[in-house]
Design a protein around this ligand. Structure first.
Ligand SMILES: [Zn+2]
Length: 299
């Protein structure tokens, strides 16, 4: 079997839940499972470098047999070795192929060249997409709510507000129907002009402001999409989340999956929590997304 020299074509950025393709490689793993590589897939894999959105689960069909895909992870290969989830190079590095590794317990009967169909479990995907869309909206709304705390010029977000989210984020986790973002406000952020001492007194007000902004945006029912450059359909190609918000479209780099419209949400809200840590403040934003109704195809 030979390893692929080109990226897996990914169709999940368009919201696809099923795809057809061919098996290109099967890699036995030390834990007894196997990684199945296809030329094309609708499966969203977790990216260990920035593991914000968890992997899809679902089923792989090959030669009339079905295989449960228990996990999916970003892999990288230079053509000689397949790194499953521990790529030694940055995504997009020249000379490397970035591939979706579909993990199955037993790949018996799966041969390269065989036709393959994948089916992603739709309810989990939809709940993760709702969580991811709400996460991006909440980060923009948080930037807006905290904009008055900056005393110096700093890089701004897609709406021109000081980009607290980008400057302070430590981790972001997308959940089914929500997200948890962790921010660290330490010496360097204070040096950049963030009035950290005023944050505690503003916490409740900021959280209410974020909720109001979210309500206005969701009420506007904006279209949401993932934008790719023409022909850039590989896993390692850059993609951008785009929302047609009132006041102008915004774009944020993003590798995840999203709803297609804010009309799919009935609302979203956040909880802001502040804690003192060693020499810094830790701000946690817990976002909850409420789906408007079951998707038509699930009803
Ligand atoms: Zn994202």
């Amino acid at each position: 079997m030979s390893l692929p020299r080109i990226d897996t074509v990914v169709t999940y950025p368009d919201g696809d839940l099923t795809s057809t393709g061919a098996v290109v490689h099967v890699e036995p793993l030390p834990d007894g499972r196997a990684a199945v590589l296809l030329d094309r897939t609708a499966f969203h894999p977790v990216d260990p470098v920035w593991p914000d959105q968890p992997a899809d689960v679902g089923t792989l069909f090959v030669d009339g047999r079905s295989y449960a895909v228990v996990d999916a992870v970003v892999g990288a290969t230079d053509g000689t070795v397949l790194h499953v989830g521990d790529a030694p190079v940055r995504t997009g590095t020249e000379g490397w192929a970035f591939v979706v590794c579909h993990l199955v317990e037993d790949a018996g009967g799966i041969e390269p060249g065989a036709a393959a169909v994948v089916r992603v479990e739709p309810e989990r995907r939809r709940a993760l997409s709702a969580g991811h869309t709400a996460c991006h909206l909440a980060s923009l709304a948080l930037n807006e709510a905290l904009s008055g705390l900056w005393t110096k010029d700093v890089p701004v977000d897609a709406r021109g507000r000081p980009n607290f989210d980008q400057l302070a984020i430590v981790s972001s986790r997308i959940l089914e129907g929500g997200s948890v973002d962790e921010y660290r406000i330490g010496k360097s952020l204070r040096k950049k002009g963030f009035a950290a001492a005023d944050l505690a007194g503003l916490r409740e007000e900021a959280s209410a402001a974020v909720d109001r902004t979210l309500a206005a945006w969701i009420g506007g029912g904006a279209d949401v999409s993932i934008v790719r450059d023409p022909g850039a359909l590989g896993l390692g190609d850059r993609r951008r989340w785009r929302a047609e918000l009132p006041g102008g479209a915004v774009e944020i780099p993003c590798g995840g999956t999203h709803l297609r419209s804010l009309t799919e949400l009935s609302g979203a809200d956040v909880r802001l929590e502040l804690a003192e840590t060693e020499g810094a403040l830790a701000l946690t934003m817990r976002t909850t997304a409420h789906l408007a109704r079951p998707a038509a195809h699930l009803a």
